[in-house]
Design a binder for this molecule. Structure first.
Ligand code: C2E
Ligand code: MG
Ligand code: MG
Ligand code: MG
Length: 278
């Protein structure tokens, strides 16, 4: 990339810039058409209850499959969707699709399944957001208690007083709110005590090193203890080994999610998992 210095620095740099700028423009023009061309789908990653080992629900994760670019990861196109405003329509589609899917699973008999939906800053911070959630609930017929909205600290902190209001509105509708990637943001504990939320999701960077470092264990332990004290649920993200699961269970973490349990699955494969566990 532009950071590497070639022989002819200036030329190399400008070529790289052009390539990146062009790629971005191309990506943007493709992204504009992706919804109408039906190029998005959702994957569902199971969350299990550590007490029972059973599936508690899933997190909906967007996937973009472009005919020419192939699979583009959300880490690459969500920021672009944010910058261009396309996130409004994409986010709306995710919300409705996820609610409908979860309702379908309820109708199949899996009545306690929860669905978690990620919401990014520009989607959450627009005034119509709560109404949009209400609309998705009405259209899908999903009981709002089974919808969980995932917000990162940076999303909430962008406008803290508005965030508190909107989170309360969601909770008054029966919807639950999670703080995603907890521990990586900048929220101080004094913010945390004012934020109305139901679940803390411990960022996977803490879970990753849980067995190689005592300080990492101490942090995870402290977050779980804090969760119990605040009477909220705690989810461990990015669980990749059996040792991690064991330890999290000992620490009385409520839920776990990660590649050790399952990768994000198509709705069909998620269903197979439900059927198999009976
Ligand atoms: P996130 O909400 O923290 O989602 C968890 C991410 O961690 C997912 O990446 C998931 O595939 C990955 N993951 C799960 N278990 C493991 C594990 O054991 N190890 C490792 N290394 N990774 C694991 P994904 O699907 O690429 O999504 C990345 C991020 O993009 C999400 O982070 C979320 O912030 C955003 N995102 C995904 N879908 C949506 C969406 O529908 N709307 C919005 N606004 N953002 C989304
Ligand atoms: Mg999430
Ligand atoms: Mg996360
Ligand atoms: Mg993340």
């Amino acid at each position: 990339l532009a950071k590497h210095h070639g022989g002819n620095k200036l030329k190399f740099y400008s070529t790289e810039m052009n390539t990146e700028a062009l790629y971005r423009l191309e990506l943007e023009s493709y992204l504009r058409k992706a919804l109408e061309k039906n190029e998005f789908h959702l994957c569902y990653q199971p969350l299990i209850s550590l007490a029972t080992g059973k599936i508690y629900g899933s997190e909906a994760l967007i996937r973009w499959n472009h005919p020419k670019l192939g699979l583009v990861s959300p880490g690459d196109f969500i920021p672009l969707a944010e910058e261009t405003g396309l996130i409004q329509d994409i986010g709306k589609w995710v919300m409705l699709t996820a609610c409908k899917q979860n309702k379908k699973w309820h109708e199949m008999g899996y009545k306690d399944l929860t669905i978690s939906v990620n919401v990014s800053a520009n989607q959450f911070q627009q005034m119509g957001f709560v109404a949009e959630v209400k609309e998705a609930i009405a259209q899908s017929g999903l009981d709002p208690r089974y919808l969980n909205i995932e917000l990162t600290e940076s999303v909430m902190l962008r406008n803290i007083s508005y965030s508190i209001m909107a989170m309360k509105d969601l909770q008054n509708m029966g919807v639950k709110v999670s703080i995603d990637d907890f521990g990586t943001g900048y929220s101080s504990l004094s913010y945390l005590k004012n934020l109305p939320f139901n679940t803390l999701k411990i960022d996977r960077s803490f879970i990753n090193n849980i067995h190689s470092s005592n300080s990492e264990i101490a942090i995870v332990k402290a977050i779980i203890t804090m969760g119990h004290g605040l009477a909220v649920k705690v989810v461990a993200e990015g669980v990749e080994t059996e040792e991690q699961i064991k330890l999290l269970k000992e620490l009385e973490c409520h839920y776990a999610q990660g590649f050790f349990i399952n990768k994000p699955l198509s709705s069909k494969d998620f269903e197979k998992g439900l059927v198999n566990q009976g």
